[in-house]
Write a protein that binds this ligand. Structure first.
Ligand code: HEM
Length: 683
């Protein structure tokens, strides 16, 4: 047992790095709307430069405090950032691990659940960023997480299943039609290549899968058909669509600002159960993923990453003279926020009994009362400035300090658990994880995610979430809920297409369970273990979220044999752990069998080192949507491969990966769908 614990601790500690510059203090979200902002900007700039100088002077001290931990040389000011940007973070961390061992320090700034704190957003957008579940902390995190939780109970997931199946069927039908068109071209004698050139065959499966996962989010969380899988109108170019929409949004934003509306208003209306949000959402989300980070983002974001202390003046400068990436990011944020507010208005309009005006009025009054008690600046439910109210809720000291001994005993998993200050999830081999609280029997009607969020109340004050906080959850469900799953599915398709033996076994399982036509049901899902193993193994080699972060609490701890000062940010490289040859025999090979309980590799991996497979993270901050994602992925893979196989277009091995926010194939994944059941064969 002692041995197992040691191996576990060591393997889990695999992925850890400790940064030189610990930025522990939460930064303020408020920004002044004073009219004399140029002079304020001057003062702010001066203050920030002084602060930055102070931080720079402190750097040798930081280094000294961590002198016992090995790590790559860090340049003055920029630390390891140039190497990280050049190599991509997963490769960089893996190289560090190979050179320095499981625990190492790097010159790099980040905080809890975020790699850096360079967000240049202001006002509503900044408040939304800080109040989403992903960045929430302490009591506010508990409030929001428990509001989300029922949407992911086993009973709720079971209610979502028919909708997930419908989306998978719709995508499969669409791809079958494309394959049929190609067959017709071949029959006409023009040949496969000509057919491909005519555009009938070649599809970017990443884009197709993303449209499906977005559709799933729309129908399960919001009860709305986003029409994400609709073909664009003939002749409409994707790029043009995005640019035109961004321009329109920018114009709307400016007009809105002139009219004194800081959100710029929304150009969207939800009509009945459908909307044409699909393509707009996909573009907005992909722009947000692309331009938020320093990798693909604006020069201001790169500066902010290097000098987080200069965030406020840099943010002012970015807004005053935006470069192209920042302009695109802002336009995308405006679009997404507008859509989220429409979704909220739509929900409230459809459920007046749950959200009567009186209730809002009541909360306003309650808020005003509280305001006078606390001396806060403003607190309203009407789209006004909520900064104070939100800050009070989110004013987040970092999670409770871990008792150092706990961290020592359990390695990184222990550090994570302690840093979270809540019980960790118990991980069961094969990807079945029982996160605390997630086995609630509460069934939530599909489409009522916003009902849960709007009903959330602070336990002590009875206060509801403000508009920005509600919109933040709506936004996060969309952002977190579709892109990661689409990437994981795309990586699965890539590996299946390049591993004929895996494809053969997968098809055999699906055929045996479902036959050629019948869409999957709930009873079928446990009978598709190999399908799940394929998905798990694809996420092992390409974890869509390659790393996560934690802050050590207010007391020092010990991780992987090193004493680490209080408040130190810890980065856990999921990617490195997933590629560790000491944990995974033939680590670089795609072997789904290692997740099959009947395989000899299975006990090796899953029992000996329970947290070695962690595409959804660790402990109480583990991905809340993991079961949702696994269910959706199984349904999608089962339906797609029941009807089709995918041939890879040449020139895509090895796959070029972009590592900006999530791991994603940089140029998409181009495949040719081929129907499995041709009419003469299915007779
Ligand atoms: C294959 C798909 C997905 C992957 C690989 C993934 C991965 C992750 C990871 C690694 C984390 C950080 C966990 C940690 O720090 O320990 C996370 C957090 C989160 N994920 Fe996912 N995720 C996926 C799908 C989803 C879905 C479908 C949703 C649904 C909305 C979702 C919502 C969230 C949220 C809200 C958090 C923050 C949880 C918290 O801090 O309490 N994710 N995810």
């Amino acid at each position: 047992m002692a041995d197992l614990a040691a191996v576990f601790a060591e393997a889990a500690a695999e992925s850890m790095c400790v940064p030189l510059s610990a930025t522990t203090a939460p930064s303020s979200s408020a920004h002044s709307s004073s009219t004399s902002w140029p002079s304020l900007l001057g003062y702010a700039l001066l203050a920030a430069v002084l602060l930055e100088l102070f931080v720079i002077l402190l750097e040798p001290f930081q280094r000294w405090r961590l002198r016992h931990i090995p790590g790559p040389p860090a340049l003055p000011l920029v630390g390891c950032l140039p190497q990280i940007l050049r190599m991509g973070s997963p490769k960089f961390f893996r190289t560090c691990y190979q050179k320095y061992g499981p625990v190492y320090k790097v010159g790099f700034k980040f905080r809890n659940h975020i790699i850096v704190e360079p967000s240049l957003m202001r006002g509503h957008f900044r408040r939304m960023d800080q109040s989403g579940l992903f960045l929430a902390r302490d009591d506010y995190w508990r409030l929001v997480r428990s509001a989300w939780q029922p949407a992911f109970s086993a009973a709720s997931l079971s209610g979502y299943l028919p909708r997930m199946v419908a989306c998978a069927v719709q995508l499969t039908d669409r791809l079958e039609t494309r394959a049929r068109e190609a067959e017709a071209e071949v029959v006409k004698g023009s040949g496969g290549k000509a057919a491909a050139a005519a555009g009938g065959v070649r599809v970017d499966i990443l884009r197709e899968l993303a449209s499906m996962t977005l559709q799933v989010v729309g129908s399960t969380a919001y009860g709305i058909d986003f029409l994400a899988m609709e073909e664009p109108p003939a002749g409409e170019d994707k790029q043009q669509l995005g640019t035109a929409a961004a321009a329109a949004e920018n114009a709307g934003y400016k007009a809105g600002k002139k009219a004194g509306r800081r959100d710029g208003g929304s150009a969207y209306q939800v009509t009945a159960a459908t909307s044409d949000y699909g393509r707009e959402l996909m573009r907005a989300c992909s722009d947000i993923f692309r331009y938020t980070t320093a990798y693909g983002g604006s020069r201001y974001a790169r500066f902010a990453m290097l000098f987080p202390e200069l965030r406020v003046p840099l943010s002012r400068m970015a807004h005053a003279a935006p470069d192209e990436p920042f302009r695109k990011l802002l336009a995308a944020r405006i679009r997404l926020r507008g859509i989220c507010h429409d979704l909220i208005r739509d929900w409230e309009a459809k459920h007046p009994q749950q959200h009567p005006q009186q209730q809002q009025y009541h909360h306003q009054q309650q808020a005003l009362k509280q305001q006078s008690t606390n001396g806060a600046k403003t607190l309203s439910m009407d789209g006004g400035d909520h900064s104070e109210s939100h800050q009070r809720l989110a004013a987040a000291a970092e999670p409770a300090a871990p008792p150092p001994s706990a961290a020592v005993a359990a390695g990184i998993a222990g550090a994570v658990k302690a840093a979270d200050g809540v019980a960790a999830a118990a991980k069961v081999p094969g990807g079945a994880t029982a996160a605390s609280g997630s086995r609630s029997a509460t069934a939530v009607e599909p489409g009522s995610f916003l009902g849960l969020i709007l009903a959330a109340r602070d336990k002590t004050t009875g206060q509801a979430l403000d508009d920005d906080a509600v919109a933040a959850q709506a936004q996060l469900f969309i952002l977190a809920g579709y892109e990661t799953t689409a990437n994981a599915l795309t990586f699965s398709v890539f590996y299946i297409a390049t591993h004929p033996e895996v494809e053969r076994r997968l098809l055999a399982e699906i055929d045996e369970v479902l036959g050629p036509d019948r869409p999957p049901t709930e009873a079928d899902l446990p009978r598709l273990p190999y399908t799940e193993a394929v998905f798990n193994e694809a996420m092992r080699l390409y974890p869509p979220a390659p790393a996560t972060t934690r802050l050590l609490g207010a007391e020092r701890g010990e991780v992987g044999g090193f004493t680490v000062p209080a408040g130190t940010p810890l980065l856990l490289s999921i990617y490195t752990t997933h590629h560790d040859p000491r944990v995974w025999p033939r680590a670089e090979e795609f072997i789904p069998e290692r997740f099959m309980p009947t395989s000899s590799l299975y006990p090796e991996v899953c029992s000996r080192v329970p947290n070695a497979h962690a595409p959804f993270g660790y402990g109480s901050r583990m991905c809340i949507g993991w079961k949702f994602a696994v269910q959706e992925a199984k349904v999608a893979l089962a339906r797609l491969y029941q009807r089709l196989v995918f041939e890879l277009e040449p020139g895509q091995v090895p796959l070029v990966i972009s590592t900006a926010f999530v791991l994603t194939p940089r140029d998409g994944l181009w495949v040719r769908p081929v129907r499995r059941h041709l009419p003469q064969l299915s007779q």
